[in-house]
Design a protein around this ligand. Structure first.
Ligand code: PEP
Length: 262
C-alpha cells in the first residue's frame, strides 16, 4: 500500500453523448461516499465538462455536502488564448471547473504526434493555469520486448518535465501507462508496474530531490478493472489508477477506487 493519498481518475475518452455523461457523472458522485481517503477525478470529453461539473455539484447537494469528485480535461493546448482553431486552453478548463488535465496520453502521442517537447510545453501551460497535470508515460510492446522499457520511460519523464523545478514537479501526478496494456485487457503484472513506478520515483528524486519525489503520486493505467485493482494497489509505489474503459461504468469505477481507498 502506498504512503501517499491515492488518486483514481476516469478517462472517458471520446465516449458518451450528453445524457449518458450527465447520468454517469451523477452516479459516480452519489456513489463516492465512504471513501474519504482517496481522490476521485473524472475526465469527460471537453464539450461535456460544464454539464458534468453541474451534475456533480447537484448530486452532492442532494446529500447536503460538497462534491467529492473533481473534474479533469483530457488534453489542453499550450497557450492561454489565441488563433488555435479547435483547441481548448488550460485557462478555459479551469474556468469551467476543472482541477486536473491529462497530458501526453499515449493516444495523443501516437495519433496526434505529440512529442515530449509538446507535452512539456503543455505541462508548463497547465501549471500556469493552476491545473494539476496528469502526465502520461509508457512504453510500447516492441520497446518492452526489446528490453528498452526503462530507457523509454525515463526519456519521456525527463522530456515531459524538462526545466521544471522541484516546486512544480511537486504539483504533478504521473501516470505510468504501458501502451500494450491500454484498452487491450492485458494488464501489467503488479511486479512489472511496481518496477517502473520505482524507476520513475527514483528519477523524480534525481530531478527534484528525494522529499519531493516521495510526495508525487504515480498512477498505473492500462486495463485496470475491479478484479485486478487490489493487487496493483498493494504495491508501495502505485498511488492510484488512470482508468479508461472501466471508468464508463460507475459501479466498476467506484470498485476500483475502493481498492485504493484501503
Ligand atoms: C487509458 O486510456 O488511460 C487507459 C488506461 O485505458 P484502459 O483502462 O481502457 O486500458
Amino acid at each position: 500500500m502506498s504512503a501517499r493519498r491515492p488518486i483514481v481518475a476516469g478517462n472517458w475518452k471520446m465516449n458518451g453523448l450528453r445524457a449518458a455523461a450527465r447520468v454517469l457523472a451523477a452516479d459516480v458522485e452519489l456513489a463516492s461516499g465512504g471513501m474519504p481517503t482517496v481522490d476521485l477525478v473524472i475526465c469527460p470529453p471537453a464539450v461535456h465538462i460544464t454539464e458534468v461539473e453541474e451534475q456533480v455539484r447537484a448530486a452532492a447537494a442532494t446529500e447536503g455536502r460538497a462534491p467529492r469528485v473533481a473534474i479533469g480535461g483530457q488534453n489542453a493546448w499550450d497557450k492561454p488564448t489565441g488563433a488555435f482553431t479547435g483547441e481548448v486552453s488550460p485557462q478555459m478548463l479551469a474556468d469551467v471547473g476543472c482541477r486536473y488535465v491529462i497530458l501526453g496520453h499515449s493516444e495523443r502521442r501516437t495519433l496526434c504526434s505529440e512529442t515530449d517537447a509538446v507535452v512539456n510545453a503543455k505541462v508548463n501551460a497547465a501549471l500556469a493555469a493552476g491545473l494539476t497535470p496528469i502526465v502520461c508515460v509508457g512504453e510500447t510492446l516492441a520497446e518492452r520486448e526489446s528490453g528498452r522499457t526503462d530507457d523509454v520511460v525515463a526519456g519521456q519523464v525527463r522530456g515531459s518535465l524538462a526545466g521544471l523545478g522541484a516546486a512544480e514537479i511537486a504539483r504533478l501526478v504521473i501516470a505510468y501507462e504501458p501502451v500494450w496494456a491500454i484498452g487491450t485487457g492485458r494488464v501489467a503484472t503488479p511486479a512489472q508496474a511496481q518496477a517502473v513506478h520505482a524507476l520513475i520515483r527514483g528519477l523524480l528524486g534525481s530531478l527534484a530531490g528525494a522529499d519531493t519525489a516521495a510526495g508525487v503520486r504515480i498512477q498505473y493505467g492500462g486495463s485496470v478493472k475491479p478484479d485486478n485493482a487490489a493487487e496493483l494497489a498493494a504495491q508501495p509505489d502505485i498511488d492510484g489508477a488512470l482508468v479508461g474503459g472501466a471508468s464508463l461504468d460507475a459501479p466498476g469505477f467506484l470498485a476500483i477506487a475502493r481498492a485504493f481507498a484501503g
